[in-house]
Write a protein that binds this ligand. Structure first.
Ligand code: CA
Ligand code: CA
Length: 116
C-alpha cells in the first residue's frame, strides 16, 4: 500500500530533534504540517483546522504551503489529499527529503524537529 511506503520512508527522517526559531532557512518536509516527518491524513486535518476552525497548531508554516504558492488556502488541502489518496503530483521541494524552501514567501518555520 502506497501510504505504508510513505510512512516507512519518512520514519527515517524522524530520529533526531532540534528547534529552529524564526528561521526561514529551516529544514523541513513540505506537506508535513504535523511536523513528525510523516505525510498522512493527519496533516490534512491539521491544515483544515488551521484554515477553517482557527486552530493555531502549526509550528512550521512553511510545511503548510503544500503547493509552494506563497499563500495558504483550500488548494493546499486539495493538493495534499490528491497526493496521499489519488496518486497526485508530489509537493515541490523540499520533498520528500528535508531541505530549505527555494522560493520567497512570508511563512516562517518556528519549529520543525523531524529534520534534525
Ligand atoms: Ca505529518
Ligand atoms: Ca499554497
Amino acid at each position: 500500500m502506497k501510504k505504508v511506503a510513505i510512512l516507512t520512508l519518512f520514519l527515517a527522517f524522524a530520529s533526531n530533534s532540534a528547534v529552529v526559531n524564526g528561521n526561514s532557512t529551516a529544514h523541513f518536509i513540505r506537506g508535513d504540517v504535523s511536523g513528525e516527518g510523516i505525510i498522512d491524513i493527519t496533516d490534512v486535518i491539521i491544515l483544515q483546522n488551521y484554515l477553517y476552525l482557527g486552530s493555531s497548531d502549526i509550528n512550521c508554516m512553511e510545511t503548510a504551503d503544500v503547493d509552494d504558492s506563497a499563500s495558504l488556502n483550500n488548494t493546499d488541502i486539495i493538493y495534499l489529499l490528491e497526493y496521499i489518496f489519488n496518486g497526485g503530483v508530489e509537493p515541490p521541494t523540499p520533498f520528500p527529503n528535508c531541505g530549505e524552501d527555494q522560493t520567497e514567501d512570508s511563512f516562517d518555520c518556528e519549529e520543525y524537529t523531524a529534520c534534525y
